[in-house]
Design a protein around this ligand. Structure first.
Ligand SMILES: [Zn+2]
Length: 82
């Protein structure tokens, strides 16, 4: 059985759905027996679903793209925003 560090490190990959079937089985087996990791998993899973729901509802089309452009300009540019 993997330890908690391994499980928590792979949690994001697991939530991304990018974990191999073997690793998913190992992860779920660990979560079944480890309340601490299960709590962390629940928190991150809930957080993702909330963000997905809120962003989907609240962000006007194109806003994300504009935000990315602003951030990118800040990174590329002379350090001034706007
Ligand atoms: Zn654990």
């Amino acid at each position: 059985m993997p330890d908690c560090d391994d499980t928590l490190r792979e949690l994001q990959t697991f939530l991304d759905g990018e974990l191999s079937d073997d690793a998913v089985g190992t992860m779920q087996a660990h979560l079944d027996g480890c309340p601490d990791c299960l709590q962390a998993f629940d928190f991150h899973a809930e957080l993702r679903s909330v963000i997905a729901a809120k962003c989907h509802d609240a962000l006007p089309p194109g806003l994300l793209a504009r935000l990315e452009q602003c951030l990118q300009a800040d990174i590329d540019g002379d350090g001034r925003i706007g």
